[in-house]
Write a protein that binds this ligand. Structure first.
Ligand SMILES: C[S@@+](CC[C@H](N)C(=O)[O-])C[C@H]1O[C@@H](n2cnc3c(N)ncnc32)[C@H](O)[C@@H]1O
Length: 190
């Protein structure tokens, strides 16, 4: 499998090796406060660990067994609790919806023909009024992964009948692969 193979060969240029500065900023500003949160496509899961450290009720998903094992090991090492599930983000459904979803480079890892279905999953995962903390990858290139998340395409995917976009400007978040993400927070409408 493509992603599992990338972990097994340590060909993981997207991996920061530490928590994203975007998440730290949202946490330190209190914009994301302890709640039930989902981290889809968590990879090695530095962000899931940070959320667990800060008292969140965390569920992290990834279908690459090596990533899941790594994150479970880190949580054990730090004596933290979080649910880490080996599951496909395109089909997994929770027993109860979440207050927040932290979406970091899962969308851009998925083939664009599946984005509509993934957008619906994000909507279903959240409670009405729940918050999507999103980092939209900007590669400026054709093809992928990572696929370029053009902001006009994002506004169509996360349409105003389902999502409220905050008026604040996007923040540019540098990425170790020499590209950047644009961060924004969307509110799931009822
Ligand atoms: C670009 S990596 C990002 C990992 C992590 N979010 C980070 O920023 O370090 C994309 C991750 O999504 C996972 N992934 C891709 N497609 C998936 C799917 N359909 N279901 C679950 N996980 C998926 C991959 O295994 C990989 O760990």
């Amino acid at each position: 499998m493509f992603w599992e193979n990338r972990y097994q060969t340590t060909n993981t240029p997207w991996d920061r090796g530490e928590t994203s500065p975007a998440l730290l900023q949202w946490l330190d500003a209190g914009e994301l406060a302890p709640c039930r949160v989902l981290v889809p496509g968590c990879g090695r899961g530095y962000e899931a660990v940070e959320l667990a450290r800060r008292g969140f009720d965390v569920v992290a998903l990834d279908f690459a067994p090596s990533a899941v094992r790594y994150l479970q090991g880190e949580l054990r090492r730090e004596g933290l609790r979080a649910r880490v599930l080996a599951a496909d983000v395109l089909s997994w459904l929770p027993e109860q919806p979440f207050d927040a979803v932290y979406e970091q480079t899962c969308l851009c890892a998925l083939p664009p023909k599946t984005w509509e279905a993934y957008g619906m999953q994000l909507y279903r995962w959240l409670k009405p009024g729940g918050m999507l903390f999103a980092l939209f990858m900007q590669t400026g290139r054709e093809g992928g992964p990572p696929y370029h998340c053009d902001m006009d395409a994002m506004r169509t995917l996360f349409s105003r009948d389902r999502w409220e976009w905050s008026g604040s400007p996007f923040c540019e978040v540098p990425h170790p692969a020499g590209i950047h993400e644009l961060s924004t927070v969307l509110l799931r409408r009822p």
